[in-house]
Design a protein around this ligand. Sequence first.
Ligand code: ADP
Ligand code: ADP
Ligand code: MG
Length: 495
Amino acid sequence: MIEKVLIANRGEIALRVIRTCKRLGIKTVAVYSDEDYDSLHVKQATEAYHIGEASPAKSYLNQEKILEVILSSGADAIHPGYGFLSENSDFATTCEKNNINFIGPSGKSMDLCGDKMQCKAAMLKAKVPTVPGSPGLVKDVEEALKIANDIDYPVMLKSVYGGGGRGIRIVTNDNELREGFETVTSESISAVGKSAIIVEKFLEKTRHIEYQMCRDKHGNAVHIFERECSIQRRNQKLIEQTPSPVVDQETRDRVGELVVKASEAVDYTNLGTAEFLRADNGEFYFIEINARLQVEHPISEMVSGLDFVKLQIDIANGEPLPFKQKDLKMNGYAIECRINAEDTFLDFAPSTGPVPDVTIPSGPSVRCDTYLYPGCTVSPFYDSLMAKLCTWGQTFDESRTRMLTALNDFYIQGVETSIPLYKTILNSEEYKKGDLSTDFLKRYGMIDKLTEDLKKEKVEKSEAAIAAAIVHSEFFKSRIQKNSSSSSNWKYKLD
Ligand code: ADP
Ligand code: ADP
Ligand code: MG
């Protein structure tokens, strides 16, 4: 049984894992880089070890160093969070060899999931529909050109090792394809040291709908419903919600069955995510498996009532799932906004630096997973995600209006954030109607709408400020008058 877990991560996800471990009476070991010595995860863990310089390669990705800390601290398990080493099958295998319980799938299964091509092949075999495209890796630009012309532009070029929106490009003609081939190759090489490219048909006006997979070491598998993550920028998710407005119970069950088959096809254990694109005609196409705890897992926790980190630990301990598919009920509506430190108007460029002050929203059914505290710093070395703001409601609109209130309450001093954009989106008719697609921001001109909203807000704010100043000055005038009427007392006091 797991008694002490090393968390090989930082930021909000490290805190998220520590929280459940504490509740379960499991000891925690944090690791940190030069940049993170005063981070909350360091303070909240039972023990904390410095592992190197700020750059991820020298700390959070340093396998030897992390392994050394696991062994010297006496941790019997490791939780990798997301990003960093979470989908590194070599690392998972090294842990297995050293008798360290890796809280996630086996190295072998992870290897299969981490390769988009091999994984798609396994899905085809299991009769799970995948996006049409090249039957295998394309060996050079010439072959990619031929396939693109066969299946017709626009197509998507993908490095099979890509992730987090990197190593993929949409191209609409031969010239763009030549260029894209180069960028995808170099992005993938700089991220993971290797590249291999596949070509896929680019699906237009598509939705990103993913399913929570869950399978124990005895082969019991369920899905814990879907999440719609169509609101994206640069193929990276910004806002997620569950249930999806276009998934009815029949569809949920039907695609859910495919998801269970998908988890069996790659012998997946623990929690994972099967991502699909839903074409405008309603068809679902598998795109990839994320072999780890997903960033947006809290919204699924909110509608299922489960603690996913506990579930992960129980599965890693070899316990059978305590429920069957029919026992799982979806309750209410949940939304997540990824609060990023970025400048919407500078093409979402990261905005980093000290945060002297912060107010974290709260209230009924509001959850905020964050590493922020007044006086902390948003580091340029790591992901721009500062907080995940999630709200739940009995109806979609209750969840949405709670989110708007929480976004208004969220104050982060010192860096630019995605909060203003989210207010614009959540107030838009398109979002309210559930008219979502992965090109939502462009399709509905959300950045222009944001500019308008900010202008309006500025006028309203300055009018409100003037009104407040008048009230203030009236108030002080009356105080001054009161004080001067009792000036003799004042004089007396001063003496
Ligand atoms: P990553 O590993 O970076 O997450 P994915 O394959 O999951 O890459 O794709 C990320 C996003 O890119 C999807 O959510 C979707 O918006 C878009 N996308 C991927 N493949 C296609 C496709 N064939 N057609 C249209 N959009 C796609
Ligand atoms: P994906 O985008 O791969 O479909 P997610 O939406 O769950 O899946 O996001 C994973 C992304 O989180 C990674 O691609 C990376 O950009 C980011 N990330 C990685 N490590 C961290 C971390 N420690 N803290 C915050 N964000 C991270
Ligand atoms: Mg993905």
